[in-house]
Design a protein around this ligand. Structure first.
Ligand code: NAD
Ligand code: AHE
Ligand code: ZN
Length: 370
């Protein structure tokens, strides 16, 4: 079939809206009509050529919601007409990782997914005879996409696509980092570095579980108002501040250090600061941000010897097929907010504007509605 898509032909170039060819679903796969997709900073980082796994030409996008339009042979867990959220972290429930119950990082198809291919090692997308890569196993910047059955979460039919698509990455990542990865307990003091589409969800997750002080850190002064809307109790604008100054201020606000800190910037210097703001003896620092290719983190080992813990989280530690439908329920029941964070809505033709707004710090989340 033909479908409209925003194609990343080359790094650092605007996406081009073209009609591409899409092959139908093979065994174990489903055809999904993407109804809406968010634009996450990870899409921008890949488009900017900063992802060591980045491939071109490709169809980016990994934060979607849509409807199953066709199922391939052997598909049993979803059917035509089901509403689904594509999962860049699948859940096969059979691999060593899924069975371990220690991680959400299903390994069933990670190898081919990282090469921009479907599990059989081929792509379903092409343009004028040239193969286009899939992206993070999702490619939601295409109106129709093909997904492995293990990489879609069936969700309730009454959840609006244009808001629930955000659960496909940002919401689940931020809230899940609090609930699944850090397991923040009531009364804990929390510091969130970077109050964008992910960090604000960390804030609302921390508020939801009953954290005490929730300190937001950003260089953009406009983010203070945003943080306060979702439960932030203190704001620190770190523009012009040295690492030592930031740490001293956080230690003052948290009686010696935070119980939990989160990096939602992707900046490795910030990741170090976040770790060193954690309380001696028990403070945990969770890395959410994706750093540019070639960047490394550093700290004095003494920081860990003295009991601070450095952790990371992908997709908020969520097991997609199991947890995503529950997060949709939290949203529909009013336990978490999504609508106010969606600051801009575009047609696919205008998707490049969403990247411009993100880089200018003017949007929280932009969504393309097909
Ligand atoms: P965003 O652009 O919406 O937000 C980033 C925020 O960080 C902005 O408010 C910006 O002003 C702030 N910031 C930048 N540099 C800073 C600094 N030095 N100090 C303080 N604040 C700073 O991006 P997003 O969509 O929220 O994504 C955030 C990060 O999370 C990105 O690196 C993204 O790739 C990553 N991410 C990771 C996962 C995961 O599963 N681990 C999932 C989604 C996104
Ligand atoms: N490919 C990059 C790393 C990118 C990355 O860490 N992606 C996160 C999701 S970001 C969503 O916005 C993730 O899930 N990672 C686990 C995985 O298996 O990809 C690199 O550095 O090579
Ligand atoms: Zn994302």
């Amino acid at each position: 079939m033909k479908t409209r898509a925003a194609v990343a032909f080359e790094a650092k170039q605007p996406l081009e809206i073209v009609e591409v060819d899409l092959e139908g679903p093979k065994a174990g796969e489903v055809l999904v009509e993407v109804m809406a997709t968010g634009i996450c900073h990870t899409d921008a980082y890949t488009l900017d050529g900063l992802d060591s796994e980045g491939l071109f030409p490709s169809i980016l996008g990994h934060e979607g919601a849509g409807i199953v339009r066709e199922v391939g042979p052997g598909v049993t867990s979803v059917k035509e007409g089901d509403h689904v959220i594509p999962l860049y972290t699948p859940e096969c429930r059979q691999c060593k990782s899924c069975l371990s119950q220690k991680t959400n990082l299903c390994t069933a198809i990670r190898g081919t997914q990282g090469k921009g291919l479907m599990p059989d090692g081929t792509s379903r997308f092409s343009y004028k005879g040239q193969m286009l890569h899939h992206y993070m196993g999702c490619s939601t910047f295409s109106n129709f996409t093909v997904m492995p059955e293990i990489a879609v979460a069936k969700i309730r039919d009454d959840a609006p696509f244009e808001t629930s698509c955000y659960i496909g990455c940002g919401v689940t990542t931020g809230v899940g980092a609090v609930v699944n990865t850090a397991k923040v307990e009531p009364g804990a003091n929390v510091v969130v570095f970077g109050l964008g589409g992910i960090g604000l969800n960390v804030i609302q997750g921390a508020k939801m579980v009953g954290a005490n002080r929730i300190i937001g850190v950003d260089l953009n002064p406009d983010r203070e108002e945003w943080g306060r809307k979702f439960g932030m109790t203190h704001f620190l604008n770190t523009k012009g501040m040295s690492r030592d100054q930031i740490i001293a201020k956080v230690l003052e606000l948290t009686d010696g250090g935070a119980d939990y800190t989160f990096d939602a910037t992707g900046n490795v210097e910030v990741m170090r600061t976040a770790l060193e703001c954690a309380h001696r003896g028990w403070g945990e620092s969770i890395i959410i941000g994706v750093a540019e290719a070639g960047k490394e983190i550093a700290t004095r080992p003494f920081q860990l010897v003295t009991g601070r813990v450095w952790k990371g989280t992908a997709f908020g530690g969520a097991r997609g097929r199991t947890d995503v439908p529950k997060i949709v329920d939290w949203y529909m029941d009013g336990k978490i907010a999504i609508d106010p964070m969606i600051t801009h809505t575009f047609k696919l033709e205008d998707i490049n504007k969403a990247f411009d707004l993100m880089h200018a710090g003017e949007s929280i989340r932009s969504v393309v509605v097909y």
